[in-house]
Design a protein around this ligand. Sequence first.
Ligand code: MG
Length: 256
Amino acid sequence: MSIIIKTKKEIEILRKGGRRLAEVLYKLKEKVAPGVSTKELDTYAEKLIREMGDIPAFLNYRPEGANKPYPASLCISVNDEVVHGIPSKRRILKEGDIVSLDLGLRHKNLFTDMAITVPVGNTNTSNLKLIQITEQALQVGIDAAMAGNTVGDIGHVIESFIRPHKYGIVEVLAGHGVGRAVHEDPHIPNFGKKGKGAKLVPGMVIALEPMINLGTKNVTIDDDGYTFRTADGKHSAHFEHTILITEGEPEVLTKI
Ligand code: MG
């Protein structure tokens, strides 16, 4: 596979899809509360997406290496779960949890991808700081997503931003190209070296998604084949935007 430069028409569609995706995710955020099951959030996400005539991108999606398709619309990862948590009726959110909501939307056959991490009710200051720093790390990455820079430049700025906080940067998962498929080239790690890797070119659409842990960077995967969690059981946060590389400032497509 190689990097796909999107056409003007495709960019228009991705812009609209991205806006719709952000709207859905912010509606989901308002539903996050103690006593809510992760399945309820998933059902609501699917309903909102289908009402607009779009398709949940992750439902039945089969990532490379997976032996069964993903069974839900939304990935919901609570506390020490890093990403790809599968919604369940039995998983009830509790006051003080932190929950990552990761959602993909297919609008007119083109894909956008976004994630946020939110506290359930009140949570402790270490969780709040983790959430805040992870969101800032995403912004730092976006700021570096200028034409002429490279994938390594993005990873480098995220890594440099996180390092003083002594958090773990998940290395086995990464950002990625997106648009005609849920995952496209290039692979965009949240660490890297200046000037290394693929060059960013106007018309590229990429999803940046730092996954940051309070403790170790190491993760394990559950028997369900999807849920990544921290190896030390400490909490993790995740933010993601789909962005367009332009001649000037990067454009966040997943915004209202
Ligand atoms: Mg993604």
